[in-house]
Design a binder for this molecule. Structure first.
Ligand SMILES: Nc1ncnc2c1ncn2[C@@H]1O[C@H](COP(=O)(O)OP(=O)(O)O)[C@@H](O)[C@H]1O
Ligand SMILES: CC(=O)N[C@@H](CCC(=O)OP(=O)(O)O)C(=O)O
Length: 294
């Protein structure tokens, strides 16, 4: 009996959240470092499908950095990162598209279908979804040029959400790969955190949830107990300036600040290595990870 009461308690606890988010859009950034095992992938996908069936509109933006690196390695193409962004020459861009659009995007779509949902996979090239131009990165070193050339790394100039709204309306979960186009035949590799934030802004999303491989923003990267559970965008900017937030966490934190400044209610950076962390974040009182608000 006790066991059943526990189960009903969990469902009842979810009710106010189901009501709160009914009909709302939540953008989920599914990071490559959170795609650890097939079992975990299935847990994430089940969460997305459950969200859809209780009336929430999830939109997925995925990464795949580790898988791109593995493929580049196999092909003996060297790559390096500046401020968490992969320097991308022509050969690298080809591999990026192959892995993100050809493989990971279609895999996620297939898993959603397997779990009973409906999904459509897109890259930013489709239906003019992500317009981009070349991004110049600020040189992290105090010496030399102020800006560094990252090759075919893009920065979003415009999101055209029309196709996403149509898909949502028809009951599909849109799955977006972070590749953009300048409209003149030039394509760019865009960091998936940046894409997720821009998509969340364009869709006026209630929340952006970033699934990654840490419990959230840590005050000491080596200590998982130093989790910052809540932060304002000013506090996060300060942690970037101090160098507490570095590497792959920089685009996440900067994108979160950008999204909140432009109207997204909250951004949550959570541990995608924990099965069903997405459900815990949305449907329970506890919440997980780091919550960023204005
Ligand atoms: N202050 C910090 N707190 C947590 N993680 C941090 C911090 N600073 C840097 N990181 C790094 O950021 C990484 C997450 O970014 P990234 O590797 O790009 O993941 P993803 O593939 O999910 O986008 C963490 O694994 C960690 O190494
Ligand atoms: C410019 C840039 O860095 N692009 C990323 C795109 C994929 C990505 O962002 O993947 P994660 O979310 O798994 O890190 C890359 O080439 O790795």
């Amino acid at each position: 009996m006790e066991k059943y009461l526990e189960k009903t308690k969990v469902l009842i606890e979810a009710l106010p959240y189901i009501k709160k988010f009914y009909g709302k859009t939540i953008v989920i950034k599914y990071g490559g470092h959170a795609m650890v095992s097939d079992q975990l992938k299935e847990a994430v996908i089940n969460d997305l499908v459950l969200m859809k069936f209780v009336g929430i509109n999830p939109v997925v933006v995925h990464g795949g950095g580790p898988e791109i690196s593995r493929m580049l390695n196999k092909l003996n193409i060297r790559s390096n990162f500046i401020n968490g962004l992969r320097v991308t020459d022509e050969a690298t861009l080809e591999v990026v598209e192959m892995v993100l659009v050809g493989k990971i995007n279609k895999e996620i779509v297939g898993l959603i279908e397997k779990a009973g949902g409906k999904a459509v996979g897109l890259s930013g090239k489709d239906a003019g979804l992500l317009k981009a131009h070349k991004k110049l990165a600020k040189n992290p070193e105090p010496t030399g040029e102020e800006y560094l050339d990252l090759g075919y790394v893009g920065e979003i100039t415009e999101v055209n959400p029309e196709i996403l709204l149509t898909l949502i309306d028809k009951g599909y979960i849109p799955v977006v790969a972070p590749v953009g186009s300048n409209g003149n035949g030039e394509f760019y590799n865009i960091n998936a955190d940046e894409v997720a934030a821009e998509v969340a802004v364009a869709l006026k999303a209630d929340k952006l949830i970033v699934l990654t491989d840490t419990p959230g923003i840590l005050l000491n990267e080596k200590d998982e107990n130093s989790l910052l559970s809540k932060a304002s965008i000013a506090e996060v900017q300060e942690l970037i300036n101090q160098g507490v937030i570095r590497g792959g966490m920089i685009p996440k934190a900067e994108s979160a600040i950008n999204a909140i400044k432009r109207g997204v209610g909250s951004v949550h950076i959570i541990d995608g290595r924990i099965a069903h962390s997405l459900l815990l974040e949305i449907f329970t009182d506890a919440g997980v990870g780091t919550m960023l608000t204005a």
